[in-house]
Design a protein around this ligand. Structure first.
Ligand SMILES: [Zn+2]
Length: 96
């Protein structure tokens, strides 16, 4: 899978499981006004009713959570391994 460089570093998760990626600026705007908002408008993506939002978190945390749910695990060398894959880093194996 290709890793895309994006400035959308935050993610809104709805209780339908949708994930909407937003920029830090959008996140700051939302978090500042969250109390008074009923709907959140996400530029270029749509409008979400606040009551359907489960959480808003850093995208990196959500990706980590997704990987762990798929059974992937991160070794002490900072590399993600697939479920059941053995870490060969201690023996000097090179993963990219
Ligand atoms: Zn490893």
């Amino acid at each position: 899978m290709k890793t895309e460089i994006t400035n959308k570093t935050y993610c809104i998760i709805t209780n339908y499981g949708n994930k909407l990626y937003i920029t830090e600026e959008q996140y700051n705007n939302i978090s500042k006004n969250f109390g008074e908002m009923e709907h959140i408008e996400i530029a270029g993506q749509g409008i979400v009713n606040k009551k359907y939002i489960v959480m808003i978190a850093k995208a990196s945390e959500i990706k980590k959570d997704d990987r762990e749910r798929k059974g992937e695990w991160k070794c002490q060398y900072g590399h993600w391994h697939k479920r059941g894959e053995k870490c060969g880093h201690a023996e000097g194996a090179k993963y990219i």
